[in-house]
Design a binder for this molecule. Structure first.
Ligand code: LLP
Length: 380
């Protein structure tokens, strides 16, 4: 039983997202403080959560924004992020999205292919502008994370491969409306083994050397995001930004005047969010008991899509009897299950559940499938 949360939520219609703004503030302050030690620049990966109060809180702390679509760019700017601190990434930027970003004079386009460079150059030329651009290079570093969220291997669709770089330089020479300002890397998400980042730094050093030997020194090294969070002990947990940034500071070989940028999503917002849901029914099967919640894969798809673990807490029950349940959603799909054989205090219809660590890639991945109702988010 969690009396504090129970009192807060008892009278509200469920399901809804709940954000602990105090934890968000602490997390952001800690990340910023650690990054400031080395003058590192932080961009928030808007895709992790674009809830308005969250975006406002992050922009007010002086973070830049990392966006992957025209609407993300627009939303970020509306929420207070300065266009001069917006980077626009993604393998498939449409002409309309590129044009809108050019009109806003964003900081940088992270380019992922030769053809994209040509298109941005053409569109910038038509506007009489020069687009600041970073090349997203696929460093072929294994992030040791779930195969669906690994991005830095040569078999992934992301970035420009090393063997394409000669061609890229040829195209850049002819692209008068592109200014190459940076190199961008992102190897994947939910990375908890920090040696992957150390490996990334050594790849970046080698790649920088390649450019250096061709008399090219870019101003910006963007090391992407990917720092993972602890889904197994989430309460009040703030990721180890100190160690993460220390690794980049110790192992990246920078040229004078070079800036290091990051695009963090999950590590900044993951732990501050929970999904609150009510038990609709208890069904006792022959071999299993089911606790059927009013939230399912339409409100939080991570367990179903990536077999991701989220801690579940029955915040209503004070029973000392422990029973195993499959905790499932109401959606017409067998995969709509949050946890199997989970030991919980005896659970009854009407109990409230808190599904933790849902601040990143939770609310943003909500779908209208089955047309369920998600109630407005609550904030502490
Ligand atoms: N930069 C780029 C180029 C990215 O593709 C991503 C995430 C980030 C930064 C932010 O990464 P983070 O710091 O959040 O790990 N829906 C999946 C995660 C997909 C991540 C996509 N890219 C999930 O729920 O685990």
């Amino acid at each position: 039983m969690n009396t504090e949360l129970l009192n807060k939520f008892e009278a509200l219609p469920t399901p809804f997202y709940y954000y602990d703004m105090e934890l968000l503030n602490e997390t952001l302050d800690f990340a910023k403080r650690e990054a400031d030690k080395y003058n590192f620049h932080l961009h928030y990966a808007v895709k992790a959560n674009f809830n308005e109060p969250i975006l406002k809180c992050i922009s007010e702390k002086g973070f830049g924004a990392d966006c992957v679509s025209g609407r993300e760019v627009e939303t970020a700017v509306k929420s207070g992020f300065k266009p001069s601190e917006v980077v626009f990434a993604g393998v498939g930027k449409s002409d309309a999205e590129i044009n809108a970003a050019l009109d806003l004079n964003i900081f940088c386009f992270n380019c992922e292919s030769v053809q994209e460079i040509e298109v941005i150059n053409e569109l910038a030329a038509a506007k009489g502008k020069t687009a600041q651009t970073a090349l997203r290079i696929n460093p072929n570093v294994n992030a040791n994370t779930h195969k669906y969220i690994t991005t830095g291997l040569s078999e992934n669709k992301f970035g420009i491969n090393m063997w394409e770089l000669d061609d890229v330089l040829e195209v850049l020479k002819k692209s008068d409306h592109i200014e190459l300002i940076g190199l961008h890397f992102h190897i994947g998400s939910q990375i908890t083994d920090l040696t992957s980042f150390k490996n990334l730094t050594s790849k970046i050093n080698t790649i920088q050397q390649w450019f250096y030997s061709r008399q090219i020194i870019v101003k910006v090294i963007n090391a992407g995001g990917g720092l993972g969070i602890d889904y197994h002990s989430p309460d009040g947990q703030i990721p180890d930004f100190a160690e993460y940034f220390r690794i980049f500071n110790e192992f990246l070989e920078l040229r004078p005047e070079q800036e290091v940028h990051f695009e963090l999503g999950r590590s900044l917002v993951g732990q501050c969010g929970s999904l609150i849901s009510k038990v609709l029914y208890i069904k006792n099967g022959l071999k299993k008991n089911f606790a059927i919640l009013d939230a399912g894969m339409t409100e939080l798809i991570r367990p179903m899509l990536y077999s991701a673990h989220h801690e579940l807490e029955n915040i209503s029950s004070s029973s000392s009897e422990i029973i195993k349940y499959d905790v499932v959603g109401p959606i017409c799909e067998s995969t709509d299950c949050f946890a199997k054989d989970l030991e919980l205090p005896q659970t009854v219809r009407g109990d409230l559940f808190r599904i933790k660590s849902a601040g990143a890639y939770g609310e943003v991945m909500v779908s209208d499938y089955n047309l369920k109702t998600l109630y407005p988010a609550q904030y502490s």
